[in-house]
Design a protein around this ligand. Sequence first.
Ligand code: IMP
Ligand code: MG
Length: 191
Amino acid sequence: MQRDIARVLIDHETIARRVGELGRAISGDLTKAVRLEKGPDATPEDASIVLIPILTGSMVFVADLIRELPIKLRIQVVAVSSYPGKSMESKGVAIKSALPDDLTGAHVLLVDDILDSGHTMNIVSRLIKDLRPASFHTCVLLRKPGKAKVNLTPDYIGFDIPDEFVVGYGLDYDGFYRNYPAIAVLRGSAT
Ligand code: IMP
Ligand code: MG
C-alpha cells in the first residue's frame, strides 16, 4: 500500500483535530435545534437524532465522528455506489440499500466522505428530505470546490481540497486504500 502513495495531503493528526471540531459544532447545533423544537431546557436526549452515513466511503470518518458526539443517537446507513465500477469519476449514483423507513420527527445528519460533483449528496438528500425529518443537515469530510455540478453546500465541511483524486481514511481507488490512515494522493503509476 505505502509504495502506491505519492504524498500525504492531510495527515492523521490534522484529520483528528478537525473531526473533534466538527463534533463540537454538530453537538452544539443539534442542541440548539432540539431546544427550538422542545423548549429552552431540552437536551438532545429529549429528541430523536439519526446519523445517516453514506457507505462505504464515510465509514472511517463516521467511526471517529460519532465518538466526538456525546449525544444519544441512532445510526442508519445508506449504501450507495457510483458506477460503472472502477473509476476516478463518478458517472452515476445507484442506491444499494433500503432507506430508513421512518424519520418523522427525527433530527437527521447525512454524512459522506467527499463532495465531488455533488450528485451523490444531492440525490440522497432529496430522498431523505422526502421522509420529512424534523431537521436535516449534511456533513462531508472533504470537498473539491472546483468540481461541484450541483448547487449544494454541506452544513459541515472538514476540508476543502484541490481537484486531485485522493485515497485513505475511508476513501478508495477501486476498493483499495480505505485503511490508509491519512488522506493521500496516489502515484500516477497506481491509477
Ligand atoms: P460525487 O457524487 O461526484 O459528489 O462523488 C461522490 C463520491 O465519489 C464519493 O462518495 C466518493 O465515493 C467518490 N469520490 C469522489 N472523489 C473522490 C476521490 O478523490 N477519491 C475517492 N473517491 C472519490
Ligand atoms: Mg468511492
